[in-house]
Design a protein around this ligand. Structure first.
Ligand code: AHM
Ligand code: MG
Length: 337
């Protein structure tokens, strides 16, 4: 019988044998995983748990909040505030940072999350997920403010997501590869199901919201037009397209079988760099994708090199199979010259 490795065991082994993670970080990830299990339970209840539909409020980005967006945010905060490993948290659903209350011990880590990504899919029973990114407060910095969070993605100590789909899967990186864990509902624990996640360098599958095509810039249109031209076009091969409208689910497919995911800048709101958020969507996904051998850019530069200036900053995203990401990026750099 093959040995089943639980998330707890995996994390302890990472800490002990490989020295890959400090104890505090291990505890933090365990707490995040526990919160994800609670979110998975609410997601699964659906209409029976009265968790569907709008909450009747808007978040800082002016998006309508769903009941589950708020529930997931609360679950993550409640689970993480008392453990002693965090200094503060930040979320897509909260305008400012959330300081660990004084009654709890303070740690050195900073946790950022999109509590429920793919909100438009909640009510229609399509995969959604939680995305998270972990940073460490700069040494010697007293107290904690929004400034402490404004570190490039390359400074992440850990990142991951949990996708609530036909299976609940937790995907993690500490900067030494990517591991996937599947939730065993009977046991109530995450079990390691893949520890050498690799994205193939080449692919014939792209993911983009095609309905926005007329608004993209010329290099983006060129790339997709060439894919659509298939075997008789300049690429000489047929491409397939997938768009789930949940970044977690689209990235999960790419980590599983390759592909390229794009949410580019477009002309409708030229002052916005893109739709997705840098700190708690693009950076953690870029970290996972690079650790699996893929690449992630904003169509010009490596995402993890970008210096954030705001907590809720947006960014254009191109990530996945390396050769395709490099091609999209090259088209943009060529056009900029
Ligand atoms: P959300 O964080 O409010 O759910 O928005 C992010 C989502 C991504 O998961 C997904 O890739 C994208 O928005 C879908 O956008 P669109 O509705 O344009 O297809
Ligand atoms: Mg969201």
């Amino acid at each position: 019988m093959t040995r089943r490795i639980s998330l707890t065991q995996y994390l302890i082994e990472q800490q002990r044998q490989h020295g890959a993670i400090p104890q505090e970080l291990r505890l933090l990830i365990e707490v995040v995983a526990r919160a994800c299990k609670r979110i998975a339970i609410s997601v699964n209840k659906g209409a029976l748990g009265e968790v569907l539909g709008s909450a009747g409020s808007e978040n800082v980005q002016g998006e309508v909040q769903k009941k589950l967006d708020i529930i997931a945010n609360e679950v993550l905060i409640e689970a993480n505030e008392w453990g002693g490993h965090l200094a503060a948290m930040a979320s897509e659903e909260m305008e400012g940072i959330y300081l660990v209350p004084n009654r709890f011990p303070q740690g050195e880590y900073l946790l950022m999350f999109d509590p429920l990504d793919g909100s438009s899919n909640i009510d229609v029973n399509v995969s959604i997920g939680t995305i998270f990114s972990v940073l460490k407060k700069a040494e010697g910095s007293k107290g904690v403010s929004e400034e402490d969070f404004l570190q490039p993605g390359s400074a992440q100590a850990a990142a991951g997501y949990c996708v609530y789909g036909p299976q609940t899967t937790l995907v993690l990186t500490f900067g030494q590869g990517v591991a996937m864990f599947t939730l065993d509902r009977e046991q109530g624990s995450f079990v390691l199901t893949s520890d050498e996640v690799k994205i193939p360098e080449d692919t014939k599958e792209f993911a983009i919201n095609m309905s926005n095509m007329r608004h993209w810039d010329a290099p983006m249109q060129r790339y997709v037009e060439e894919c659509l031209a298939g075997s008789t076009g300049p690429r000489g091969k047929d491409f397939n397209m997938r768009w789930i409208a949940s970044m977690v689910a689209d990235v999960h497919r790419i980590l599983t079988r390759g592909g390229v995911f794009m949410y580019p800048w477009d002309k409708r709101e030229p002052n916005k760099a893109g739709k997705l958020r840098l700190m708690y969507e693009a950076n953690p996904m870029a970290f996972l994708v690079e650790q699996a051998g893929g690449a992630a850019t904003n169509a010009k530069q490596r995402i993890m090199d970008l210096q954030p200036t705001q907590l809720h900053e947006r960014v254009s995203v191109v990530l996945g199979s390396k050769n395709e990401v490099e091609r999209v990026t090259a088209y943009h750099l060529e056009a900029a010259q």
